[in-house]
Design a protein around this ligand. Structure first.
Ligand code: NAI
Length: 405
């Protein structure tokens, strides 16, 4: 099964910034603006070696089972729940995503919200829409000199830290992993210390068992009176009923929320939340990472990962496969990419097969994960059809391809 080239089908209007890397890797790019319903996917993707999707295309085990030639899936977004990851791994199909390309967009929105909340803009804007002229200095603060508490000092949290310090804020943060503080930020030992010290608390943790309900009534009570809360991370981290009560009682001065426990699947569906109608709460429809810049950065990031996988077989950034990266292949060598069952003896059989053909192995790297092993071999040039025949005879083989040009 030799393959160096192929066709990639990009669904759901993926940004054109993906194309140059894919074309340079020898892939023919076909694109469709919308998602395709499950029943038609195998038709649309027939013969494609790669597919690019966003969040609406569902690639379940049944669909994958009908796409024999597929070697890689690019999720041009952060989430990968729409793909049956284990089923893909079991078929030696690599899945890539773009975890960090919208980091800056989320950090910028958060910074803007901090300023808007501290100047009491949401309530003043809605008053004007209702015909009232609320010109007053009441409660309006500069952000300079105020303390921002960041919970989760990862990609977004640390980027926000830099922006906030640039505007003169004092930054404290808490992360369960030790993180290098940027600028003058101060790491605090626990969530409680962040809540106690901060004028505004911004959450940037992932959705995990530990972060579900991280901010409930007790934690909200532990915040400084008159502080603000921002959640642009995941919907189940904050108890919104409790937040609504803290806002109504005046304990908290306001909030900005971009993510919700249950979010409408489309623009036609109705949205409901206990925070509706509260003037000092900014509500946004999960658009923290939604900017044109992020879309194009995502397209470049995933496009590059797919192109590199096509050209070199690199799985270091795949979300579902053992990570194997070898330096770029030398021109005078062929590269064999081989997925097999993780059982003893397979590598030995591959070595014997190649030795039997008089083929020298110049580089080799293997990684295993669960039931699956992935090995990359750089070998002296040899007719790929001959190698294909030999590898096909190894019963534990799941999928392989040979890159020759
Ligand atoms: P990241 O993985 O780079 O950083 C998360 C940080 O949180 C890590 O440093 C981790 O150690 C820390 N952490 C995990 N559990 C913790 C806990 N219990 N207490 C304190 N720290 C903890 O993630 P990134 O890229 O910064 O994203 C952060 C969040 O933002 C994620 O939930 C992500 O889904 C969300 N997000 C939301 C977007 C939106 O449109 N609103 C767009 C992009 C990301």
């Amino acid at each position: 099964m030799s393959a160096t080239r192929g066709r990639i089908v990009l669904l759901e209007g993926i940004h054109q910034a993906a194309d140059s890397a894919l074309s340079a890797a020898g892939l023919e790019v076909d694109r469709l603006d919308g998602a395709v319903e499950k029943e038609r996917l195998h038709e649309v993707l027939a013969g494609a070696s790669m597919v690019g999707i966003r969040s609406r295309t569902q690639l379940d085990a049944e669909v994958l089972g009908r796409l024999d030639e597929l070697i890689a899936i690019g999720c041009f977004c952060i989430g990968t729940n729409q793909v049956a990851l284990e089923a893909a791994a079991g078929r030696g199909v690599a899945v890539f995503n773009a975890p960090f390309s919208n980091t800056r967009s989320v950090a910028e929105l958060t910074m803007a919200e901090i300023i808007m909340l501290m100047r009491r803009i949401p309530q003043r804007s809605s008053a004007m829409h209702a015909g009232r002229w609320l010109k007053s200095v009441d409660g309006s603060r500069e952000v300079r000199g105020r303390t921002l508490g960041i919970v989760g000092y990862g990609h977004i949290g640390s980027q926000l830290s830099i922006l906030a310090e640039g505007l003169g804020m004092r930054v404290v943060y808490h992360d369960i992993v030790e993180k290098l503080p940027l600028g003058n930020a101060t790491s605090l030992p626990d969530l409680g210390s962040v809540l106690e010290q901060s004028d505004v608390v911004s959450l940037h943790v992932p959705a995990t068992a530990m972060t579900a309900g991280l901010l409930g009534a007790r934690e909200l009570q532990a915040m400084k009176p008159g502080a603000f809360l921002i959640n642009n991370a995941r919907g189940n981290i904050v108890d919104l009923e409790a937040l609504g009560e803290a806002i109504d009682s005046g304990r908290l001065a306001g909030a900005a929320i971009d993510v919700f426990p249950s979010e409408p699947r489309s623009g036609n569906a109705t949205f409901e939340s206990p925070l509706q109608g509260k003037e000092n709460v900014l509500l946004t429809p999960h658009i923290g990472g939604s900017t044109l810049e992020a879309q194009s950065a995502i397209a470049r990031e995933v496009g590059n990962k797919l192109a590199r996988y096509g050209r070199e077989g690199a799985t270091g950034t795949a979300v579902n496969l053992p990570g194997v990266d070898l330096p770029a292949r030398k021109d005078n060598q062929h590269r064999i990419l081989h997925f097999h069952k993780n059982v003893p003896g397979v590598l030995g059989r591959m070595h014997s097969a190649l030795a039997g053909l008089g083929v020298n192995i110049n580089a080799e790297y293997l990684q295993s994960q669960g039931d699956l092993s992935y090995v990359i071999l750089d070998v002296d040039p040899v007719d790929p059809r001959v190698i294909d025949n030999e590898l096909m005879k190894i019963p534990e083989t799941i999928r392989f391809r040979t890159i020759v040009d």
